[in-house]
Design a protein around this ligand. Structure first.
Ligand SMILES: [Zn+2]
Length: 285
C-alpha cells in the first residue's frame, strides 16, 4: 500500500513517527502551515517556522525515504491577531519556492471580518501564483462555516478543481461535492472522522476527488490512520486499486496541479523499510 498523506503537521511529531509512517507505506506528505498552539507575537516567528517547513522537515523526512512538501499561509486563527497580519506580506517570497505546493491552510476559525479579509487575500495569492489552495473548515458550526467558505471560494475566481476543502464530515460532504472542489477528510482517533465512517462516505459518494489525511498534530492524533483507512476499505470490499486511488493517486493529482510535485526517484528512496531493509513497495505489511 503506497500512501501520500495530504495534510499532516510533522513539526509536532517525533522522528519515530517518520520511521513508523515509512514502514506503514507513507512515501510522501504535505505539511500545511498552521497554528502552533502557542500564539506567535511577531511575523519574524513565522519566517523561522516557514523556513523549517521547507528546510528542516524535508531533511528529517528524507532520512526515512519520505518526500516532504509544504503549503504556506497565515492560518485562520492567527489572522485575527494584528501582530501576525504582516505575515501576509511575507508569503510571496515562500510561494515562489519549489517545495511549496499550495497556499494553506486558509479559511475560517471563528468567521470574523479579519478572517474574511485574510482568506480572500490568500485566495487571490493562490490565483496569482497559479497554486492550488488548502482550505480549513471551522470545527464549530460546521454547516454554516462550510457554506460561507464555498461562497468566498466562488467569489475569488479560483477554479474549484484547484481547491480542497478539508476537515469534512457527513454534514458537509454533499455541499462541497456539489461545488466541484476536492474533499478532504481528517481521520482522528476519537473526534471527527474515523476509518469506519470514512469507508461509509466512500461507499456513498465514490472515490473521485476524495482525499484522506491523518492531520496529525500536537493534539491527540495518529499519523498511521491513513493506513488504517486503507485497511478498512479493503475489509469492506474495496479493491487495491480503489485504495491506491484514494491514498496515492488523488493527492498526487491534486497537488500535481502546482507543477512542483517532484516524486522522481521516490521508488528507489522509499522502497526500503528502515528497520528490516526489505522493500515496502509491494503491499507491505
Ligand atoms: Zn491542519
Amino acid at each position: 500500500m503506497r500512501i501520500f498523506d495530504p495534510h499532516i503537521h510533522m513539526t509536532s511529531r517525533t522522528t519515530d513517527d517518520y520511521e513508523r509512517m515509512a514502514a506503514a507505506g507513507v512515501r510522501a506528505v504535505v505539511e500545511p502551515a498552521f497554528w502552533l498552539g502557542q500564539p506567535r507575537t511577531s511575523a519574524a516567528s513565522f519566517t523561522d517556522y516557514f523556513d523549517s517547513l521547507i528546510g528542516w522537515e524535508p531533511f528529517r523526512a528524507g532520512q526515512f525515504g519520505v518526500r516532504h512538501f509544504a503549503t504556506i499561509a497565515l492560518n485562520p486563527k492567527e489572522a485575527n491577531d494584528p501582530r501576525c497580519r504582516p505575515v501576509l506580506d511575507l508569503l510571496p517570497r515562500y510561494l515562489d519556492k519549489d517545495a511549496v505546493v499550495a497556499v494553506g491552510e486558509i479559511g475560517y476559525d471563528s468567521m470574523t471580518p479579519e478572517e474574511d479579509e485574510a482568506f480572500a487575500a490568500q485566495l487571490a495569492l493562490a490565483v496569482a501564483y497559479d497554486l492550488p489552495a488548502l482550505v480549513h473548515t471551522p470545527h464549530r458550526d460546521k454547516a454554516r462555516g462550510c457554506d460561507r467558505t464555498l461562497a468566498v471560494v466562488a467569489e475569488s475566481g479560483i477554479d474549484a478543481g484547484r481547491v480542497v476543502v478539508d476537515h469534512l464530515n457527513e454534514v458537509t460532504v454533499k455541499l462541497v461535492r456539489d461545488s466541484g472542489c476536492w474533499l478532504g477528510f481528517s481521520i482522528y482517533p476519537d473526534t471527527k472522522m474515523t476509518p469506519q465512517r470514512m469507508v461509509e462516505l466512500l461507499r456513498e459518494y465514490g472515490t473521485e476527488r476524495m482525499l484522506v489525511n491523518s492531520a496529525a498534530d500536537w493534539g491527540r492524533s495518529d499519523p498511521l490512520l491513513t493506513r488504517a483507512t486503507g485497511e478498512a476499505m479493503l475489509a469492506a470490499g474495496f479493491s487495491d486499486d480503489d485504495v491506491d486511488k484514494v491514498l496515492w493517486r488523488n493527492p498526487v493529482e491534486f497537488y500535481g496541479q502546482s507543477g512542483r510535485l517532484d516524486l522522481s526517484d521516490l521508488d528507489a528512496a522509499a522502497a526500503v523499510d528502515p528497520q528490516t531493509g526489505n522493500s515496502i513497495l509491494r503491499g507491505g505489511s
